[in-house]
Design a protein around this ligand. Structure first.
Ligand code: AHG
Ligand code: MN
Ligand code: MN
Ligand code: MN
Length: 336
């Protein structure tokens, strides 16, 4: 069966939806090619001297893995020269990376988490790459892009996606016309369309959360999880299953395919922090995909994509997946 390649899909999207200006198509092709290179690098493991710590700390206060830095730099090098970007921002860079003057500049802003699930790298478990695309503000043309130009709500994203480096390497993306999945054909090195119009079932019986934090959650969150765990004997009247893969990409990828809810809520370990996950390059792109697939994404109450960022590396509580579960949690938090 002849499958549609990513290039063919993007050209057809351009023709059909006019939602895909040529420069955005170029950006997505370049990011996809960089994710292929990251997949091959991740796959080398110990053989490629890519495991273990890089020895430095990022602005998040995390010790960077070698692959965090390798993947970050791969995406900078791949995107710098193309003329489609004004600047890039990444979990692994303290501030934005403005395209050097020796290259042409474009109107797009790329934000990314080069390796999501870094704690899985050295134990050979699934990791991913997350990316989000914004358009630089009108008034930015003719001046240098600044950090403030990135501080746009997630509803302004023109594209978002992730690569998941699991048993298969897949690229899942949306340009606002639904969610599409591409599987990497390793012989040809081509991304082939394998999942059309991915959609999340509204009802589910699977939750993803790090249970070791339960004593630190707000009471309504504890109530929601306790009701899931009490199964048929409790008010939900059905049994739930739990998964936690320590990679948001892996958990959200599962939820996009079989439903469920992903939770990283506020907890009292750092009461002044809204949550662990980052708004600009984790919650926003994943929230965009989840909504495009018919699900919902909130910080517990507010729609993620409506949140006006105040800092590039801002953190946020995350509740996303099957709409009915997201709505139930919002009612519990409202009545608290
Ligand atoms: P990253 O590896 O990019 O820093 O992100 C890790 C995030 C997310 O992918 C995952 O869901 C969560 O951290 C896991 O957190 P815990 O280790 O606290 O469970
Ligand atoms: Mn991450
Ligand atoms: Mn990361
Ligand atoms: Mn990290």
């Amino acid at each position: 069966m002849k499958r549609v390649t990513l290039t063919q899909f993007l050209i057809e999207q351009q023709r059909k939806e006019q939602a895909l200006p040529a420069q955005l198509r170029l950006l997505l092709e370049i990011v996809a090619r960089a994710c292929k290179a990251i997949s091959f690098t991740v796959g080398k493991g110990e053989l490629g001297d890519v495991l273990g710590s890089h020895g430095s700390e990022n602005i998040q206060g995390e010790v960077q893995k070698k692959l965090d830095v390798i993947a970050n730099d791969l995406l900078v090098e791949a995107n710098e020269w193309g003329g489609h970007l004004g600047a890039l921002a990444s979990e692994e860079m303290d501030t934005i990376h403005v395209i050097p003057n020796r290259y042409p500049k474009g109107e797009y802003l790329l934000l990314y988490d080069p390796i999501d699930g870094s704690s899985n790298i050295d134990v050979n478990l699934t990791v991913g790459t997350i990316f989000s695309v914004l358009v630089a503000p009108e008034d930015a043309s003719g001046r240098e892009i600044g950090e403030a130009d990135f501080l746009q709500p997630g509803s302004r994203q023109v594209a978002a996606g992730y690569a998941v480096y699991g048993p298969q390497t897949m690229l899942v993306l949306s340009v606002g016309t639904g969610v599409f999945g591409f599987t990497l054909d390793r012989e040809m090195g081509a991304w082939l369309l394998t999942h059309q119009n991915m959609s999340i079932p509204a009802v589910s019986s699977e939750f993803a959360i790090n249970m070791s934090n339960s004593r630190h959650w707000a009471p309504p969150m504890r109530r929601y999880i306790e009701e899931c765990i009490s199964g048929t004997e409790g008010p939900r009247g059905k049994d739930f299953n739990m998964r936690w893969t320590a990679s948001m990409v892996a958990d959200v990828h599962r939820i996009l395919q079989r439903g469920g809810i992903f939770l990283y809520p506020w907890d009292a370990r750092e009461p002044n922090r809204a949550g662990k996950l980052r708004l600009m390059y984790e919650a926003n792109p994943m929230g965009f995909l989840i909504e495009q697939a018919g699900g919902a994404a909130t910080d517990g109450q507010r729609r993620i994509l409506d949140i006006q960022p105040s800092a590039l590396h801002e953190r946020v509580g995350v509740v996303m997946g099957s709409r009915d579960e997201v709505d139930l949690i919002a009612t519990y938090l409202k009545t608290s």
